[in-house]
Design a protein around this ligand. Structure first.
Ligand SMILES: NC(=O)c1ccc[n+]([C@@H]2O[C@H](COP(=O)([O-])OP(=O)(O)OC[C@H]3O[C@@H](n4cnc5c(N)ncnc54)[C@H](OP(=O)(O)O)[C@@H]3O)[C@@H](O)[C@H]2O)c1
Length: 252
């Protein structure tokens, strides 16, 4: 049976992805820090669980050892956190935590299993990201920096993995109705108003779109379609989109 490793599995996009993969018959190893949430997930769908801080190199080494040489066929890097602040309102500790997940978590998990995937000559690594990876909005300095770093990590992997049989995929969602905004208070109020023009996705929608990316692998996917259109305009005319986002962003 094919093995998937999903980070951020205790909530939101990661959790929904574990459930969708299990429903499709995948063997899944679900990771996140909150053991109780993972135990609930395991009782819902019989996923294997491994509580860990995915940004802790020693914890990721222990995860690698626990698999005794088995290499996942699929990695979904969905762990992520962080509130939206201006740079001068971001403490050094919070900045480091925001770089920890998603960026360092994706780096460490990918680094642990990529050699096995390359040796086997197959595998897919899916990075879950935010539109801030393309165009940051006001009051999002470290959040955007971490998402931008994740997108660059994917683009660099894309170069390195060409012809290897291993694929790096980057999937970007607009607003998702997960617990993200509860876990990161003060953030939802700072969402640019342009987000009201496109559909809010549920975690289950995101899981369906991730499964579609597994069925039809490609390097980049953006959802929903209207946000993908905005990012197409951004590629052609970044100054216009930057300005629209700035003038439609709440000023707390
Ligand atoms: N919600 C949105 O509107 C939205 C839109 C686009 C993109 N995104 C991005 O998608 C990612 C997931 O968001 P979500 O909406 O699913 O949020 P969520 O419901 O808050 O889930 C985040 C997950 O990340 C895990 N996590 C955070 N830090 C971790 C760490 N150091 N090690 C291991 N796991 C860690 C959390 O679990 P533990 O706390 O148990 O570790 C949780 O399972 C984030 O990067 C977010 O920026 C979100």
């Amino acid at each position: 049976m094919a093995l998937a490793l999903v980070t951020g599995a205790s909530s939101g996009v990661g959790r929904a992805t574990v459930l969708a993969l299990r429903a499709r018959g995948w063997e899944v190893l679900a990771v996140a820090r909150r053991a109780a949430h993972l135990e609930d997930l395991a009782s819902d769908c019989a996923a294997a669980i491994h509580p860990l801080d995915a940004a802790d190199p020693k914890a990721v080494d222990a995860l690698l050892e626990s698999l005794r040489g088995r290499t996942p066929d699929l990695i979904v890097n969905a762990a992520g956190a962080g509130r939206w602040h201006r740079l001068e309102d971001t403490s050094p500790a919070e900045a480091r935590a925001m770089m920890d997940a998603p960026f360092f978590a994706a780096f460490l998990i990918t680094r642990a299993f990529l050699p096995g995937m390359l040796k086997r000559g197959s595998g897919q690594i899916i990075h879950v990201n935010s539109p801030a990876a393309y165009q940051p909005w006001p009051h999002s300095a470290l959040y955007a920096a971490s998402r931008g770093a994740l997108r660059s990590l994917h683009e660099a992997l894309r170069q390195d993995l060409a012809g290897s049989g291993v694929m790096s995929s980057h999937i970007t969602f607009g607003k998702v109705s997960s617990d993200y905004f509860l876990s990161n208070p003060g953030t939802e109020e700072r969402l640019p108003k342009i987000a009201k023009t496109f559909r809010t996705l549920s975690p289950e929608d995101c899981a369906t779109l991730i499964l579609r990316l597994i069925d039809r692998p490609k390097a980049e996917a953006i959802h929903p379609p209207l946000m993908a259109f905005y990012l197409t305009v951004w590629r052609v005319w970044p100054g216009l989109v930057r300005w629209i986002i700035r003038i439609t962003s709440p000023r707390p």
